[in-house]
Design a protein around this ligand. Structure first.
Ligand code: ASP
Length: 287
């Protein structure tokens, strides 16, 4: 596997292999000097056309721990702001001699397009509504670390599924590893067509919470919405927000997850993010 563009392209063996590699790398992270020479002499560059906190820092941290050289590139302070095209920018970065490019873009399909232009390996760090494969891998790793094998596990993904690349990658990753996935959202926040998605659908969070191993909350992706899709955030929170009262109806061992950034008080109550069953910080660490 040269590029990592979408979970939908992965086989079960590739998914298991990546999670196994993560085990070895997590062990490196616990050492007093958390560094190995695996990528010594290689150069990794970033091409982020959308904001990021966790993804960007995780890639940087991972590259350093693997001893790669890094070429930091900020779209906002580069010639992109002078109108340079994506293709010219990519070719410029490649001419610097990079071995891998990590791409985030607001349009679906850009990382795949970049992969067609360059010889370097390309990693998709989130493209529009399409996929966020490294988020899905770290999510699977986190669930496995807390609860064991995903086979037969019941996982609900709650919230703005329609605009979420995390939901698209997680649905494929969770079901690839054998979990049963339920999407929980008002009809306006579901994709219009779910043909081929290996999921069940519910519009009632309270009805599903008691049976879940994992409740995975999503942020309302307001930057991708062209119209108001819920009557008000207050009403959304009343029906779909994870409050302490709702958590009390969950099984003792069940986990609460969120990819971040959290909108506390909207999809997740401030105190719920701090509960021992919240894996949010572990997700970041595993990234
Ligand atoms: N950080 C995730 C993403 O980039 C989720 C989010 O923004 O809500 O898609």
């Amino acid at each position: 596997m040269k590029h990592l563009l979408a979970v939908a392209d992965l086989t079960r063996d590739e998914g298991d292999h990546l999670l196994g590699l993560t085990d070895a790398f997590a062990e490196v992270g616990r050492r007093r000097v958390p560094k190995v020479p695996a990528l010594q002499g290689r150069t990794v560059s970033w091409l982020f056309y959308e904001d990021s906190t966790r993804t960007r820092l995780s890639f940087e941290q991972a590259a350093k721990r693997l001893s790669a050289d890094t070429l930091n590139f900020s779209v906002s302070s580069s010639s992109v702001s002078k109108g340079e095209s994506l293709r010219d920018t990519v070719q410029t970065i490649e001419a610097m001699g990079v071995d891998a490019i990590v791409v985030r873009h607001k349009s679906s399909g850009v990382p795949a397009q970049v992969a067609r232009w360059v010889d370097a390996a390309v990693v998709n760090a989130g493209d529009g509504w399409h996929e966020h494969p490294t988020q899905a891998l770290l999510d699977c790793y986190t669930i496995r670390a807390h609860l064991g094998d995903l086979e037969g596990m019941r996982i609900a993904i709650v919230g703005d599924i329609a605009h979420s690349r995390v939901a698209r990658s997680d649905v494929w990753a969770f079901s690839l590893l054998g979990a049963e996935v339920t999407l929980v959202a008002p009809p306006t926040l579901l994709p219009p067509n779910l043909d081929g998605w290996p999921v069940r659908v519910s519009h009632d969070l309270d009805a599903v919470l008691g049976d879940l191993d994992v409740v995975y909350l999503l942020r309302m992706q307001r930057e991708r919405m062209t119209e108001a899709l819920v009557p008000s955030l207050r009403e959304y929170t009343a029906r779909y927000g994870l409050t302490a009262r709702r958590v009390d109806t969950m099984g003792d061992k069940s986990l609460v997850m969120h990819p971040g950034p959290m909108n506390r008080g909207v999809e997740i109550a401030a105190d719920v993010a701090e509960l021992p069953r919240s894996a949010v910080i572990d997700q970041v660490r595993n990234g």
